[in-house]
Design a protein around this ligand. Structure first.
Ligand code: GUN
Length: 282
């Protein structure tokens, strides 16, 4: 079997230039101009390129975006004050603090300071809690993008076996909850799972977000399964994911590429969350 490629780039482009653009036009007609602010601290190379993509996608959907840049020795108090000002600024509907932050700044403290109504990353305890309870909320972007990619394949998750490899707060745990909400049977695995192959053997869908290059190989993947690869790594100048694409794409029925898979969907979900926040805040 040769897998069909699930192009996140194409799905994202479609969502941005149709649904989201139309929602922005409707908001503009009511004098609401959705605006996203990205807080960027230091000079992490990967962060700079993610932020550039966020700005590009904002333009595609017709929303305003602004990057507030700070030197890596900015104090925690200064960043907390920046967040307070954004929370109180009625012209801003969504804010994200690009991670990682320098070690002297507490990620938990900074994220906690963001008002949940503007938390378009869906990282605050309030929004994570609402997701857990199945309440309407701003859902974190990578899990939301993954669900949209699965929907784009026409797959109904009811009763499907989903194996998630990786247990992070930003991807593994929330995507498992979203799959449960769609009536899948979810198995959670991670880098220390005993006999991972047995947990993968009956999977209909495999979501890998373990942060280890080419951690999953084709011989571990059941024939005909759908594979979603969240990882992105630069190995000797070449990008790869958490899945060994060449061997996996012979076994899977559909697979996400790296790059051009989950990455663009994450950014698209961020723009969508900003528009949802604008619709709610006004
Ligand atoms: N750094 C890498 N991924 C993300 C993300 O989804 N949100 C934020 N804020 N920072 C990140």
């Amino acid at each position: 079997m040769t897998a069909k490629i699930i192009s996140g780039r194409e799905v994202a482009e479609q969502i941005l230039t149709t649904d989201l653009k139309n929602k922005v036009i409707a908001l503009n007609e009511n004098n609401i101009k959705p605006k996203l602010v990205v807080v960027l601290v230091g000079d992490v190379k990967a962060s700079a390129s993610y932020v550039a993509q966020k700005e590009k996608f904002a333009v595609k959907a017709g929303i305003e975006s602004e990057v507030r840049r700070f030197k890596k020795d900015v104090t925690e108090d200064e960043i907390l004050t920046v967040i307070d000002n954004i929370n109180n600024d009625k012209s801003i509907h969504g804010v994200i603090v690009q991670l990682p932050l320098p070690d002297h700044i507490s990620v938990a403290k900074v994220l906690n300071r963001i008002h949940p109504s503007k938390d378009v990353d869906g990282f605050t305890p309030t929004n994570v809690g609402k997701l857990f309870l199945g309440e309407d909320t701003l859902v974190s972007c990578t899990p939301k993008g993954i669900m949209q990619m699965l929907a784009s394949t026409g797959t109904n998750l009811t009763g499907k076996n989903v194996t998630v490899v990786g247990r992070s707060n930003i991807v593994g745990k929330p995507v498992a909850i979203l799959c449960l909400q769609q009536h899948a049977t979810v198995t959670m695995c991670h880098s220390r799972t005993k006999d991972l192959n047995a947990k993968l053997a009956d999977a209909d869908i495999i979501i890998v977000a373990v942060g280890i290059p080419k951690f999953i190989h084709g011989d571990q993947i059941p024939e005909g399964s759908i594979v979603i690869d969240v990882g992105i790594h630069n190995i000797d100048g070449k990008l790869c994911g958490d899945v060994d694409f060449d061997s996996a794409s012979i076994k899977a029925s559909s697979i996400t590429p790296v790059p051009g898979g989950v990455g663009p969907m994450t950014v698209c979900a961020l723009i969508e969350n900003t528009i949802i926040a604008a619709e709610r805040i006004g």
